[in-house]
Design a protein around this ligand. Structure first.
Ligand code: ATP
Length: 340
């Protein structure tokens, strides 16, 4: 659906060296998927996203959307091609002096839709985003979440096949973020819309992205299926992002009272964690104490992490760890036996 090949974007600077916004990135976004690009500020996410509809013209590389090589198009052809690529922004970009109706109608007028069809279509779009009762209000009368809904309606006006989201939820509070993400998920499902979303929040990726890429210094350091990235990240930066969702700080008081081996047990998919742990305790002369645990659902598949303090003779403890290694997805020994 979207194919980026060897994209590099250099910005000229007052110094001799140009600034490298995107450095040789190749990426494919499949039709109908939600693809997340995550990274810290300055990683190159916005620049890469803007290369997808040529708001930013790459210095080198190929950008194909729906098989069309966008860099080979004339300005007029590019304007037409952009009608199938909607975009929403962190700052909403609504016209303050126009009503909700006029903001959405603008995109239809620009595309040459007949006047008599515009009202029906605007109403239809506002119905989709749940804002039909606000049709004649002005942006200043709306909350941030409602403004983003208007900008989504405007982006969907011309039935695009792709929606690019530039930090679409970064200005919103957590519960409004959830509702906007739910709306994007519904649009993706109902209309088969391909969505690319850039964010610095791994929680956003966890909630709605089928696949994702992690960016640093203009490059993609890791990409893949969201569940695989969450369960088995390989790049240190990816691990750091995953930690924002999955890690938990054990109180130091609790750590001081542990006397055995501290294990982190990972359960990927439908493994019955409690059963495995109780079987291990019954079949080995060890004592185990679960200190913490959480289960996150990523793409509706559970990912469980438990912290356990395991006590007993060294030989028995090692055998118990081997037993666990054969039955759970991953076992990490966090800390060796402590002496009091
Ligand atoms: N128009 C520009 N002129 C010069 N440098 C730019 C321009 N746009 C981006 N850059 C530089 O390119 C790099 C990538 O910026 P970009 O905005 O794409 O990162 P980002 O990951 O989207 O960050 P943020 O989350 O803060 O928006 C940065 O070093 C930035 O300073």
């Amino acid at each position: 659906m979207i194919e980026l090949v060897d994209i590099t974007k250099e910005f000229s600077s007052s110094k001799n060296e140009p600034i490298l916004g995107v450095d040789n990135v190749s990426l494919t976004v499949n039709r109908g998927e939600i693809f997340g690009i995550v990274g810290y500020s300055g990683a190159g996410k916005s620049t890469l996203l803007r290369c997808m509809n040529i708001l930013e013209r790459p210095t080198t590389g190929v950008v194909k959307v729906d098989g069309v090589d966008l860099l080979q198009l004339s300005s007029k052809q590019l304007r037409e091609a952009r009608q199938s690529i909607g975009m929403i922004f962190q700052g909403f970009h609504l016209v303050a002096s126009k009503t909700v109706f006029e903001n959405v109608a603008f995109a239809l007028k620009a595309a040459g839709v007949k006047k008599e069809e515009i009202k029906t279509r605007v109403e239809e779009l506002l119905e989709i985003v749940g804002l039909k009762d606000r049709i004649y209000q002005y942006p200043a009368q709306l909350s941030g979440g409602q403004k983003q809904r208007v900008s989504i309606a405007r982006a969907l006006a011309n039935n695009p096949s792709v929606l690019l989201c530039d930090e679409a939820t970064s200005a919103l509070d957590p519960s409004t973020t959830k509702s906007i993400l739910a709306l994007l998920k519904r649009i993706n499902k109902e209309f088969g819309l391909t969505i690319v979303i850039i964010t610095h929040e791994m929680e956003v990726v966890k909630d709605i992205c089928h696949r994702c890429a992690v960016m640093q210094d203009g490059r993609i350091v890791e990409q893949g299926n969201t569940y695989d990235i969450f369960s088995n990240p390989s790049d240190p930066l990816t691990k750091k992002f995953i930690d924002t969702v999955l890690s938990f700080d054990l109180p130091s008081r609790l750590l001081q009272t542990t006397t055995g081996k501290l294990l982190q047990l990972h359960f990927w998919g439908e493994i019955a964690a409690e059963g495995v742990v109780s079987d291990m305790l019954q079949s080995h002369k060890v004592k185990g104490n679960i200190l913490h645990g959480k289960v996150e659902y990523i793409q509706d598949v559970p990912l469980g992490i438990f912290i356990m303090d395991l006590n007993g003779a060294e030989e028995e403890v090692n055998q118990a760890i081997e037993y666990l290694r054969e039955r759970v997805s991953k076992v990490e020994v966090l800390q060796h036996e402590q002496s009091d």
